[in-house]
Design a protein around this ligand. Structure first.
Ligand SMILES: Cc1ncc(C[n+]2csc(CCOP(=O)(O)OP(=O)(O)O)c2C)c(N)n1
Ligand SMILES: [Mg+2]
Length: 328
């Protein structure tokens, strides 16, 4: 499908927003202004650029821990405030970075601290939509490591059996924490397993936002017709598992091979946009600058916001709460 300039620029901006947001976290952490464990998505940004623009107001998404792309659905200031544990941010600041969620407003479902538990929770949301005859598709995202867990297979079976509006998403970035994918399983592409559940599975090269988007468009069409789908985005985690991880477990040979197979999606897309005559180099620089400023402003604002105190985190109603601080 041919995309408009507006759509192509939106995809580019999403990639830059993810990359620059992670860079800002790195800078602030080095200054000692941020504490906590942050998982970056360096080199995986075409995934967010391909998927996020397709998520409509009726849909639900459960991001994963390496997923600042969900930012494109959020108010940047509230997101940063939530991340910095400020009471005016999402989840009243209780969620931190990992557990940003907004179930009722933005339909961003909670990420379970235990990897792969949420394949099942998210399938339950799809079941609820079906029972309530509500429109919308549920996107459940996890990594290749999360895809080795049995919950995915229970979830796919259930979604298929009940014809749920469900898209399973695997971000296969070649590693799970310190374990290369080839030591996790014998399949180079995990999507083939979907066929065993009559789920429509596909693997897509994850460095091209257009290819990723097309794969998700087909998956969404299928899910809306009651045929659950699975999209495996093939990419490479260029960064460490967490910010500060020296990645000593990666060999130079593998790093070089994977980088060649999965090159940086941002300069690649910049070249594509220029060759297509969609944007000039100047325009692209302008978008990046605009985003950098937006991020800097959001951090400045968030630093001024009141910090949560210990007593604010107590109480069962605080475990899952929406932006208004209400109960589920
Ligand atoms: C059940 C469980 N086991 C282990 C962990 C620790 N852990 C957090 S992220 C992660 C790696 C997950 O790898 P993958 O799903 O491939 O995602 P990636 O980090 O590569 O994006 C692990 C093992 C956890 N959170 N939950
Ligand atoms: Mg992984």
């Amino acid at each position: 499908m041919a995309y408009s300039k507006e759509q192509l620029v939106e995809m580019y901006k999403i990639m830059q927003r993810c990359r620059l947001f992670d860079k800002k976290i790195a800078t602030e952490s080095k200054k000692g202004k941020l504490v906590g464990m942050f998982h970056f998505g360096t080199n995986q940004e075409a995934f967010e650029a391909g998927l996020m623009p397709l998520i409509g107001p009726d849909d639900y998404i459960k991001p994963y821990h390496r997923n600042h792309g969900c930012l494109s659905l959020c108010d940047m200031k509230l997101y940063v405030a939530g991340m910095l544990e400020r009471t005016t941010g999402y989840n009243m600041g209780i969620g931190g970075d990992y557990h940003q969620q907004d179930i009722h407003g933005l339909h961003i479902l909670p990420i379970d601290g235990l990897i792969a538990e949420d394949w099942l929770h998210d399938t339950g949301v799809a079941m609820a939509l079906k029972l309530q005859k509500k429109p919308g598709v549920v996107f459940s995202c996890n990594g290749d490591g999360g895809a080795q867990m049995g919950n995915l297979y229970s979830a796919m079976n259930f979604a298929s059996l009940f014809s749920l509006p469900m898209v399973f998403v695997i971000i296969n970035n070649g590693v799970a924490m310190t374990t290369p994918t080839e030591k996790e399983c014998k399949c180079s592409e995990i999507s083939g397993r979907a066929a065993g559940f009559n789920v429509k599975g596909v693997s897509v090269w994850g460095q091209d936002p257009i290819a990723v988007r097309e794969a998700f468009e087909a998956a969404i069409d299928s899910a809306r017709q009651g045929q659950p789908a699975l999209v495996e985005v093939m990419t490479y985690r260029k960064c460490g598992h967490y910010f500060g991880d020296p990645k000593e477990y990666e060999t130079a040979e593998r790093e070089a091979r994977m980088t060649e197979k999965y090159p940086d999606p941002i300069p690649r897309f910049e070249k594509v946009l220029q060759e297509m005559g969609v944007c000039t180099e100047e325009e692209l620089k302008g978008y990046a600058k605009e985003i950098k400023n937006e991020i800097a402003e959001a951090f400045e604002w968030a630093y001024q916001q009141p910090k949560i105190t210990g007593d604010m985190t107590k109480g069962a109603d605080k475990v899952f709460s929406n932006t208004e601080g209400g109960k589920l």
